[in-house]
Design a protein around this ligand. Structure first.
Ligand code: UTP
Length: 471
């Protein structure tokens, strides 16, 4: 980089009060200087200045204000009419899948700090008996769907700087788990500098500013910036099924959900689970100022959280589980101009190099990470479907190393699900008083995607002896 460019970049940082990031300049060799300059050149200082003022110094942004009312929810069908509607929706979704109009979009750029697993979370061995990774479990579902609907579901996988190469190599080392390499698109999301309480950036190395992935809301912009939207268009994709890497029970490209969303001409739709405990720490879907929105747990007033309808059910019952259908055209529209989703701030511990060059690992949160959330796009829809699903059948994430939403709970939930599938297929299985399957069972989607397929595949004299993997 020539010296006038260097001066320009350094002046810009100085202008925005961030000249301390060049504190170790004199100690750096040419390569390190280049690295630092390239990183700084890519920072949107105007944006960072606004974020600093709005979210850290003045804290003027309030995500939750206005009038809240419940959102209409398509509940789990119980009546004949509801079942007929679900059937119609499923048929529509199957039509879209068969005609190749649906893509799967996996967000896997997170840092997985709570789980504390070394490597991309998608590599976590989640198969209850097989120890297959989350990535492999998702890949097998997509492959099974491709076969079932005689189609190709292109799979867009968002990574971030820290886990991109390891993710791509993992898929390539495993021959894409049977999928076509050409139908998988890896792309990285944006990164954003964290700031201290004064809005100053942290140096994590003498030649590198600490940045974190810009949140799953960054997906929309990353799809645009990496030409994924153009690729989707080229392939004739109209609808995108969005899911997160850590949900072991994810019902990828559920045709019924696709159908409801598409038939309603919705731009973005959501699946929810019924909250049983009003204080369960999950965002709920409601209508805020007449617009569909996810209201975060910490923003929902206590009286709304505990409010019940005449039938005793929670008024704000729809717990958001980060499963969405999104129209490609909606992503195009949202990302066409300068518009940005709002940011959310989290006070975190951030390791850094202090002014004396010492590496500091703080004991208390010392900085702020900023992230965008995908669900903040919901209020910009004209139409949006909210569909309730059975939690035990479709939602068991691995978030924590132990306790709730951990590998242990997910393994049990998976085996219980396979057990119920077997029972539904007409075979005998036993459950204990907690509803846990007696025995060990795992069914690959490549063997059977649902109870119907399982029934077809297994001999009618089959007996579950208590420890079985079906692949
Ligand atoms: P979480 O919010 O649970 O975060 O992400 P995480 O990074 O997996 O785990 P913690 O909070 O550090 O423990 C939900 C989903 O969103 C993705 C994650 O990979 C996961 O699939 N995500 C999150 C991104 O793709 N990018 C991000 O910047 C944040």
């Amino acid at each position: 980089m020539n010296s006038s460019r260097t001066i320009q970049i350094r002046d810009k940082a100085k202008h925005f009060g961030q000249e301390h990031i060049f504190r170790f300049w004199d100690e750096l060799n040419d390569k390190s200087r280049r690295n630092l300059l390239e990183q700084v050149e890519n920072i949107d200082f105007e944006l960072m200045e606004n974020l600093r003022n709005d979210y850290i110094i003045n804290r003027t942004i309030n995500h939750f204000s206005g009038e809240l009312e419940p959102a209409p929810i398509i509940t789990i069908p119980t009546t004949n009419t509801q079942m007929d509607k679900a059937k119609q929706a499923k048929a529509e979704g199957e039509k879209l899948l068969s005609s190749g109009k649906v893509a799967a979009l996996l967000v896997a750029g997170g840092q997985g700090t709570r789980l504390g697993f070394d490597g991309p979370k998608g590599k976590y061995p989640a198969g209850p008996i097989s120890s297959k990774s989350l990535f492999q479990m998702h890949a097998e579902k997509i492959l099974a769907l491709n076969r079932k609907y005689n189609t190709t579901i292109p799979w867009f996988i968002m990574t971030s700087e820290a886990n991109h190469d390891e993710t791509v190599n993992y898929f390539s080392d495993n021959k894409y788990f049977g999928l076509n390499q050409a139908d998988i698109y890896f792309f990285t999301q944006g990164m954003i500098p964290a700031m201290d309480e004064k809005g100053l950036f942290f140096l994590e190395k003498k030649d590198h500013i600490f940045c974190n992935p810009n949140g799953h809301g960054g997906t929309l912009y990353a799809l645009r910036d990496n030409d994924c939207l153009a690729e989707m268009k080229r392939r004739g994709i109209e609808e995108i099924f969005y899911f997160q890497v850590d949900n072991t029970l994810i019902n990828i490209c559920d045709p019924c959900f696709i159908g409801y969303h598409h038939l309603s001409n919705a731009e973005m739709s959501s699946k929810v689970v019924a909250k049983e405990d009003p204080h369960e720490k999950v965002g709920v879907i409601g209508k805020l100022n007449g617009k569909i929105a996810v209201i975060e747990y910490s923003d929902l007033p206590k009286d709304a959280m505990e409010a019940r309808n005449a039938d005793g059910k929670l008024k704000y019952i729809g717990g958001s589980i980060a499963i969405h259908m999104i129209k490609r055209a909606f992503v195009e529209q949202m990302t066409a101009g300068d518009f940005s989703l709002p940011y959310h701030v989290a006070n975190k511990k951030i390791n850094f190099i202090d002014e004396n060059g010492n590496y500091v690992q703080p004991e208390k949160p010392n900085g702020f990470k900023l992230e965008m959330f995908i669900f903040d796009a919901l209020p910009y829809t004209k139409n949006s479907v909210v569909m309730e699903i059975v939690r035990e059948d479709e939602f068991s994430p691995i978030k924590n190393a132990e306790g709730q939403d951990s590998p242990q709970t997910a393994k049990q939930d998976l085996m219980n699900y396979y057990g119920r599938m077997m029972k539904q297929a007409g075979f005998e299985v036993d459950f204990d008083e907690n509803g846990n399957l007696k025995g060990l069972l795992e069914i690959s989607p490549l063997f059977a995607l649902d109870a119907e397929e399982l029934k077809e595949k297994l001999d009618k004299n089959f007996r579950f002896e208590g420890n079985l993997i079906l692949e």
